[in-house]
Design a protein around this ligand. Sequence first.
Ligand SMILES: NC(=O)c1ccc[n+]([C@@H]2O[C@H](COP(=O)([O-])OP(=O)(O)OC[C@H]3O[C@@H](n4cnc5c(N)ncnc54)[C@H](OP(=O)(O)O)[C@@H]3O)[C@@H](O)[C@H]2O)c1
Length: 305
Amino acid sequence: MATKKKILITGANGLLGQKLVNQLVEEQQFQVIATGRGSCRLPGDGFEYVQLDLEIQEEVERVLSETQPDVIIHGAAMTHVDQCELNQEACYKANVLATQYLIKEAEKLEAHFIFVSTDFIFSGEEGPLSEEADPAPINYYGETKLEGERLVQAMKSKWAIARTVLVFGLAHDMSRSNIILWVKESLEAGKEIQVVDDQFRTPTLAEDLAAGCILIANQGADGIFNISGPDFLTPYQMAVETAEYFKLDQSLIKRTDSTQFTQPAKRPLKTGFKIEKAQKELGFEPKSFRTAIGILAKQIILARS
Ligand SMILES: NC(=O)c1ccc[n+]([C@@H]2O[C@H](COP(=O)([O-])OP(=O)(O)OC[C@H]3O[C@@H](n4cnc5c(N)ncnc54)[C@H](OP(=O)(O)O)[C@@H]3O)[C@@H](O)[C@H]2O)c1
């Protein structure tokens, strides 16, 4: 029997990382090497876990030369946008230097390098955006992710960029909330919430993002792909859909706008992605926001049982 190709995942303990490892193990197309900072926080088996702090170049060199992956999905990043603004040195290390170290090893191995990027590389003046839109980040997180993209696009070996938007999902051993959980829990507690109606996104179920990255890996696809949900919505509209799904009191949802909030990092107003390229070329089929709420609802019940 032919040996399977190897795929290495960075940031495997994170939201996307967990979904990637689950789906890859299930699909059985690749031998899966999950890497993460510190010990393994992933449930299940069927993969090898290797500790890897991407900011230590010698570690990146050693792990990559020992494991020799054919494909690398680089999902690890410093993702908290306000922390990135406040601690720019740490953000640069995690999002730019780590990417640079990985690229160097990927080129040596001639591995297919898949970089996960963000709608925050755009200014937010128009959306939904195609793969050809001109980037112009308005916060430091966006700047570093764009710098990562530019390093990737200059690679000598095969590369792809999977850009995504507002990723939500439930993951093992993670306390992170998301808009659906926040709305559900607030309304169940009878709490009024202020939700902005002047930002536009195409929210993405974490499982769909993982599936999009795996389609790129399986097909050996190169270039830039928008990998997001199909629905162009404001957070207010997302909140209303969530309340409708769980049959909660919508009158507790108060419409507001971004001028009412001050956060360390600016947020682009209108992003969201056009996903026709990924649908046509990769066969990417993300769930509607309504279907995604239903999937999350089932996961919430399972997590409690
Ligand atoms: N979440 C979104 O809404 C969103 C939107 C657009 C794009 N993206 C992109 O999608 C990708 C995945 O995001 P996510 O939501 O899954 O993020 P996440 O849950 O924050 O996971 C990121 C992972 O990266 C790891 N990491 C950070 N620095 C590292 C380092 N030096 N060495 C090794 N691992 C390191 C973190 O490790 P620890 O667990 O140890 O901290 C974490 O497990 C990121 O590239 C992000 O930029 C996300």
